[in-house]
Write a protein that binds this ligand. Structure first.
Ligand code: PMP
Ligand code: GLN
Length: 410
């Protein structure tokens, strides 16, 4: 039986290989983010690939973690998360979204949004169930759906405005759909789904009795307009699992403190899986993220404003260098079309970029199923969650590509 096209693999390799997680030669390919960060390190290039900030977050949050370690908060926390963090998450949902969640029954702390996504998908997706996402989409979605035995259906978001076509969304959802997985604010495009699209997701979820899973890790990083959690829409809460994380909001991507908010029966199903994935995580970081969630409104406004200014530096640099660029409305990333520079293969371009210009970006093909990559072939994602001077240097290096400024490649 060689249904996965790799007869030489040992039996114990075939499960992961069948889900596309192992390469045909039995090796595990690093994620595009890990690959590009390694390339940046090896070449000394500026890393605008993997999305992590190059500055520490709020000092109160860092200090709270140090204090927790010093106070001996170093053993297993409770399975659903420490009460003080669950309370802070509930207060956060109330303060920002007027959502009342019960911190004891409707909140679950996870090892980052990634574990929340994994536990949710493993809890609800059976072999043959369909999961609908927009595409491009965060790389973990396709991998997790595949390993759960699900079928990944996608609705394209098209450069440069990234607006989904509602008829395509309607066509993708059917009675076979178990989950509609929404990510807004969106990685990699920086799109923020409009209310009409969110309403259509809710309508389709009702019509086809599907769950909504929403990944909102960039919830506080919206540059114009506001973030509307889909769970706040009429009829949404009772079938929605909302996922977020402290990583982006507090510049603590390495701490991996995430959370789920949902009706109690959905949280219980996710907890049932989560407790055998990691059991618990990040004891001293839990009170620290609770401190962060209780910071005054000013902190959150400043975080979005600072990132807006960084976006503007990078987008201006990309334009000046001759790229066609979409202007992200949220998040960490800008997508640029290298075709305008005569580069039609972004993956090859990204491999050469460290050597040609001392820069690292990520090809958008990494966020798209291999069969559908033509539409994004020449697109590159660049992260702007970096210090202003780093972005200015990156802009100068980009300009050197087309010889549009005096800046020279290093
Ligand atoms: N979802 C999206 C859309 C992301 O961009 C990321 C990574 N930054 C995650 C989930 C993972 O979040 P975490 O680091 O909290 O696991
Ligand atoms: N979310 C980050 C990005 O999109 C990276 C996370 C990871 O490396 N898995 O760049």
């Amino acid at each position: 039986m060689d249904d996965i096209g790799a007869p030489h693999l040992a039996p114990w390799q075939r499960t992961a290989a069948g889900a596309g997680l192992l390469a045909p030669d039995g090796t595990v390919a690093p994620t595009v983010f890990a690959e590009m960060s390694a390339l940046a390190l090896a070449s000394g290039a500026i890393n605008l690939g993997q999305g992590f900030p190059d500055e520490d977050g709020p000092p109160e949050v860092l200090e709270a973690a140090r204090e927790a370690i010093a106070a001996g908060v170093n053993q297993y926390p409770p399975g659903p998360g420490m009460p003080l963090l669950r309370d802070a998450i509930a207060r956060h949902q109330q303060r920002w979204y007027d959502l009342e969640v019960d911190p004891d029954r409707e909140v679950l702390v996870t090892a980052g949004a990634t574990e929340a996504l994994a536990a949710t998908i493993l809890a609800f997706v059976d072999t043959g169930d369909e999961v609908v996402t927009f595409e491009p989409s965060y790389d973990a979605y396709a991998a997790l759906v595949a390993r759960a035995g699900g079928i990944h259906r996608t609705v394209p978001l098209r450069f440069p405005d990234w607006r989904p076509d509602h008829d395509e969304l309607r066509a993708a959802v059917s009675d076979r759909t178990r989950v509609i997985l929404v990510n807004s604010p969106h990685n990699p495009t920086g799109a923020v789904l409009d209310r009409a699209t969110l309403e259509l997701v809710v309508e389709l979820a009702h019509r086809h009795d599907a769950l909504i899973v929403t990944d909102e890790v960039y919830e506080h990083l919206v540059f114009d307009g506001v973030h509307t959690p889909i769970a706040t829409l009429p009829g949404a809460w009772e079938r929605t699992v909302s996922i977020s994380s402290g990583g982006k909001t507090f510049n603590t991507t390495g701490w991996k403190i995430g959370w789920v908010t949902a009706p109690a029966d959905l949280v219980t199903a996710v907890l049932a899986v989560k407790q055998y994935l990691t059991f618990v995580n990040g004891a001293p970081f839990q009170p620290a993220i609770a401190t962060g969630l209780d910071l005054p409104d000013r902190f959150f406004a400043d975080a979005a404003a600072s990132l807006t200014a960084k976006r503007d530096v990078l987008v201006a640099g990309l334009h000046a260098a001759g790229f066609t660029t979409s202007v992200p409305r949220s998040g960490y990333f800008a997508v640029a079309d290298a075709a305008a520079l005569g580069e039609t293969d972004a993956a090859a371009f990204c491999r050469e970029l460290p050597h040609r210009a001392g820069l690292v970006g990520v090809p958008v093909t990494a966020f798209v199923h291999p069969d559908r990559r033509d539409a994004v072939r020449s697109l590159v994602r660049f992260a702007f969650c970096k210090r202003r001077e780093v972005l200015e240097e990156a802009a100068a290096r980009l300009a050197s590509l087309s010889g549009r400024s005096g800046a020279a490649a290093p």
